[in-house]
Design a protein around this ligand. Structure first.
Ligand SMILES: NC(=O)c1ccc[n+]([C@@H]2O[C@H](COP(=O)([O-])OP(=O)(O)OC[C@H]3O[C@@H](n4cnc5c(N)ncnc54)[C@H](OP(=O)(O)O)[C@@H]3O)[C@@H](O)[C@H]2O)c1
Length: 359
């Protein structure tokens, strides 16, 4: 009897903690599973409702605001229209000092006046510097002129760019060469001219306006543009780790379709042929102002890469990133239908569909 009670006591004292430890362990499991499920739901909500990659959405809510850029000297190429123009206004509002570059000086003067107005800046805070990004031999002199005016360059935004519309097979080499010069070698050359100054100060920030075209693994009717933006990505992805230890950041911005004048100057299949296309204001595209706001947040938070697009572009980017073969397969399967759609729209003199697919 006594022995029996000892055995039962032993059973209670040894088994009880085991039995008792069950529910709390289960609680942790439920908690972890619950949190994982919640994260997945939040991820999908952000993906479907947001207009940038998840990290940039978080930076917009919880990261640094553009005010931290106040006083910086920011050099923007392609500042005479579109995304570059809108970015100039964002930077002016953030109280930056600006260098505005492009080929059309009168347009740059217009943008300068607006920068002074929106940012309450002084005339001396904004330098208009006419520059053809393809004229590599002018880049060093341009850098010296900026340094003479402002004594430093904090941020260089390589934004100037051009697109093309035409079949891969019949596009001339002259078009490929033009897009490589404007979209890739120009930014590379200007960055090489600016970097010694940034290295000597042990600080600086290089930004490139790439495109979702620089990320996606398939294109339709804009092969030269796609190729050039992929090359741009590669060149600056290679620069990033080399200058990181010198306190220089590199940010690649990848916008989806933005409502600008880019189609007006788009090249067709032969050199000298200009599309003179117009975007349909009724089609779904992001405004350059919103794109510029998100770019400014990416720059303020020194993001390595930022995707700026709504769904379905944003979803395509994630599918392409994590399931590259699935993405390529989908584009292959639907290519005939998509190309027929583009052909019929082009026949009507409307180039909108092409850009919608390829921006
Ligand atoms: N719009 C979109 O859907 C979209 C999407 C993704 C990425 N992007 C990229 O965003 C950037 C800006 O394009 P955007 O849409 O704002 O087009 P945009 O309104 O046509 O602006 C292009 C800018 O580039 C300048 N530029 C062109 N060729 C130049 C050259 N040889 N030298 C110096 N500047 C030159 C133009 O100025 P001048 O003519 O006065 O020289 C203009 O300021 C481009 O890199 C483009 O690839 C655009």
């Amino acid at each position: 009897m006594n022995m029996n009670s000892n055995v039962s006591n032993l059973a209670v004292t040894t088994l009880y903690p085991i039995c008792y430890s069950g529910p709390p362990a289960m609680d942790w499991l439920y908690l972890v599973n619950g949190l994982a499920a919640l994260s997945v739901v939040v991820f999908f909500i952000m993906l479907l409702s947001g207009d940038s990659d998840i990290f940039l959405q978080l930076m917009e809510r919880f990261g640094k605001s553009q005010e931290c850029l106040a006083g910086k000297v920011v050099w923007i190429t392609g500042a005479s229209s579109g995304i570059g123009e809108a970015l100039a206004y964002e930077m002016a509002r953030a109280q930056c000092r600006l260098v505005l570059s492009a080929r059309r000086e009168e347009e740059l003067e217009r943008v300068k006046s607006e920068c002074i107005r929106v940012g309450c800046l002084n005339h001396e805070d904004v330098l208009v510097l006419k520059l053809d990004i393809k004229e590599f031999c002018d880049h060093e002199a341009a850098v010296q002129q900026v340094l003479k005016t402002f004594q430093r360059i904090d941020i260089l935004v390589n934004n100037a760019g051009r697109t093309n519309k035409g079949e891969w097979t019949t596009t001339s080499m002259a078009v490929d060469q033009e897009l490589l010069a404007v979209n890739v070698l120009g930014p590379v050359s200007l960055t090489r001219a600016v970097l010694p100054h940034m290295v000597s100060r042990s600080q600086g920030h290089i930004v490139v306006t790439s495109s979702v075209a620089g990320k996606l693994g398939a294109a339709l009717y804009a092969g030269s543009y796609f190729g050039s933006k992929h090359a741009l990505q590669g060149w600056f992805d290679a620069l990033r780790p080399e200058v990181y230890s010198k306190n220089i950041n590199v940010t690649s911005i990848c916008p989806g379709p933005i409502y600008t004048n880019i189609l007006q100057h788009a090249l067709k299949e032969n050199a000298g042929e200009i599309l003179q296309g117009k975007m349909d204001p009724n089609k779904k595209r992001m405004s350059p102002m919103r794109c510029a706001r998100l770019m400014t947040i990416a720059i303020a938070n020194r993001c390595d890469e930022a995707w700026i697009s709504t769904t379905p572009g944003l979803v395509s980017l994630y599918i392409n990133q994590y399931f590259p073969n699935t993405f390529k397969w989908c584009i292959k399967i639907f290519s005939s239908r998509l190309m027929a759609e583009i052909d019929s729209e082009l026949g009507d003199g409307n180039a909108e569909t092409i850009t919608k697919l390829n921006a």
